[in-house]
Design a protein around this ligand. Structure first.
Ligand code: GRF
Length: 204
């Protein structure tokens, strides 16, 4: 059984995609041990509670620089994979060493475009539209010291349409995110992801 923790900050639609894949039997031998939020009262926590998943809120305003140490304390030795699903705090410090190549993040663009510090939510889609790219998409990658620079595991491409607003593009990319994240967890659970420096070899 692969034990995972899902870290959230908002609506939790990506968390829901993992819960749904487990319920549907598509994600086998995977169990969500914890859902951790860095802010209070977000809808992702409600989603988790509905399925009886253990939820923890670590308010980022309260924990400040100790947030990472606190998350590490809770998860050390307890889970096999940490999934950042719309988690807005930056992961840093010793947790990155214990969980090297065991923390994944989903980002709503084709990295290395429209990513890095401060690039989250609708800002990403606005930047893509303003730049005039013809395709955007989502990226699942490993988490390392710098923001959004870890090795890329999966990417899905979405066409940018002439009439797209940042909201419509976000919605179409979210549909792909909801496939890419459970798919990556499945590949990880089945031992089908091999890392060779920046190259990640995925066996389907
Ligand atoms: C998603 O677009 C994800 O890629 C990004 O934050 C958003 C979170 O959405 N990191 P949700 O909370 O999973 O609905």
């Amino acid at each position: 059984m692969l034990k995972i923790a899902v870290l959230v900050s908002g609506g939790g639609s990506n968390l829901q995609s993992i819960i749904d894949s487990i319920s549907a039997g598509e994600l086998k031998n995977v169990e969500i041990e914890y859902v951790i939020s860095d802010r209070e009262g977000v809808f992702a926590l409600e989603r988790a509670k509905k399925y009886g998943i253990n939820t923890i809120t670590l308010d980022r305003n309260k924990y400040k620089n100790n947030l990472n140490a606190e998350i590490h304390n809770i998860l050390s030795g307890k889970v096999d994979l940490i999934v950042l699903a719309g988690f807005l705090s930056i992961i840093k410090g010793p947790i990155l060493e214990e969980f090297r190549h065991k923390i994944i993040n989903i980002h709503p663009s084709l990295i290395p475009s429209f990513c890095g510090k401060g690039m989250y939510g609708l800002k990403v889609h606005e930047a893509a539209i303003n730049y005039g790219v013809k395709v955007s998409g989502c990226t699942v990658h490993f988490v390392e010291e710098d923001t959004d620079t870890g090795a890329i595991i999966l990417q899905s491409v979405v066409e940018v349409l002439v009439n797209d607003t940042k909201e419509t593009l976000q919605q179409r990319i979210l549909v792909e995110e909801h496939k890419a994240l459970p798919r990556t967890i499945k590949l990880f659970a089945e031992g089908n992801i091999k890392v060779n420096g920046r190259q990640v070899i995925v066996k389907e």
